[in-house]
Design a protein around this ligand. Sequence first.
Ligand SMILES: [Zn+2]
Length: 627
Amino acid sequence: MGKEGRLLLKHILESSGPHSTSFSWLSSSSDEKIFAKMKDGYNACLDEKSLHSIGPQPLIDILRELNHVYSTHSLTGAIYFLMSIGVETPFTLSVGADDKDPDSNVVVLAPPYSFGLPSKQHYNQTTLLDFYKETARVALEALLEEADDIGAPISLSSLHLPEIVDVLNRKIFNDMVDYESRIALSAPDPDYVQDVNKTYNIRTLDEVEAYIPAISVKAIIGNLTNGIKPSKIIVWSPDYLESLADIMASQKHEVIYTYLMWKVIQSYGLEVDSPAVEPLRKFNNKLRGMQPEAKSERWKTCVDAVDGILPWILSRFFVERTFSEEAKDFGDKIVHDIKNQFVAKLKHSAWMTESVRQLAADKSPDITNAEDLSYYYSNVTIHSDAHFANRLSSTRNDIKRTWAKLGHPVDRDEWIMSAPTINGYYNAPGNEIVLPAGIMQAPYFYGLTVPSYLSYGVFGAIAGHELSHAFDPTGASYDQNGNFTDWWDDSTLTAFERKSQCFIKQYENYTIPTKDGPIAVNGKLTLGENIADAGGVIAAFQAWRENEKRSADLLLPGLANFTKEQIFFLAYGMSWCDKSREEEAIDRIHTDPHSPNALRIKGTTANSRDFRKAFHCAAEEPVCELW
Ligand SMILES: [Zn+2]
């Protein structure tokens, strides 16, 4: 979320009611109701006095429940319990559109999104791992002590040294981090999961059950689906599951159990106010290159919390406040113009789809309908003095909602990003692009009162980027209905791969500076995004030029030294200006399929003939070009 967007949401959340912030308010009792619910969620998070007096109790309650489930229902029960409250386990189960049958929902079994540290590379840093082990040990020890103090101890005799009751055995934490390292390192690399050809492996329930003898995946799926037996399961990485089974087989119970407790603390620890979880904060801050005690301002944390707990209610009031009918029409026009540019280009390319689907007009739930929203969140319980319970209720409900989709057709109008989000996405099985209202604000989108080359240069390039994902290595595997098929012939494929090699090489030559020397961009991991960046800006520029022919834009006063073409590219570059801490930049280079922002400017302009012409470069030929 951007700075301006967050400030605006603060203003909305701290106002007395929807009527005082909206441009065009049509008040209804449902609106008052959902506004009050949203404010309760925000206030519960802001109420540091209550949080302080509640202390670590809600976190301890979860650890106690885990202990109970683990000792009575074994590991399978424990994994199911953690999945039902959104805690990362060594594998994830989810429901989503079937790549080969995009109108049906299917169960997906995949490695977790994150293991505990931000990237595989972190598991090779000995000093960091030592700090990690000690953080886990100290935090868990303090929480167990707190549990004793409140008179409800969690019995974990196997974790203690035999002779000293209050001290947790360091060896278990060594083994636990070793266990986490081994599973993290056996997971596929981030570029593997970009390739649907590799991740689409159909298995039966019985085949899935055979992978990990220590856990009944079948029983977990049965619990999550309320007994529905899926006929097939998509397994992203069979190799990973085999390694996981081996690693688990050689591991002691108490190590795996400690690992599960640690995942709970990592997920929920910072939702409570207690000295017991401070080591976790310090460790997370170190990972991000921040001061040990650094804490973001509470209101910022709480705006983000509401965006996580009640995203669509927040979206309603955000859109109400920021979005006019004219702005939406202008945004639609830009997307439409860019789509036309693509369609024109595709006509000359035998290997591309005939048309790009109409943008999804509405979504689920309908954020313009307060009653719909009220119903959508009717099972999420929000109290103005129970921040932890609010988050838990929202998470449990999200997970239930996800699993309830099984057996029902895919809702093609569903969105995965809330309206204030500054981002966009291309959804391959849906063959659609989604651009939330958050991205339709300056400095990405400017209204009708500003020359249109600014909006085409930024918002247009982003829309073009998302559209061109339809033709990148992943999108190319889907036809116009979102079906995952091999519809390219061999010669097309060869030509595409040759062109891709150019992009891979180009970006591999780019580096980011670090105190230990430069680190090169991963050309393969970022290939799809780099192609989308190149295609997006080319299509946006041409769309703007067509528009310019119909109605010419004015020059910007004070910037008359620049041509309109040049300002188009300046606006594009400005939108990617940023500053990030070295630690974060390094994490991203290992895990993010997007190139670092500065290189998104450098690489994309190097690949744009129009940019080179606009700035009178000696050579107008682009470095790499797909279309
Ligand atoms: Zn992208």
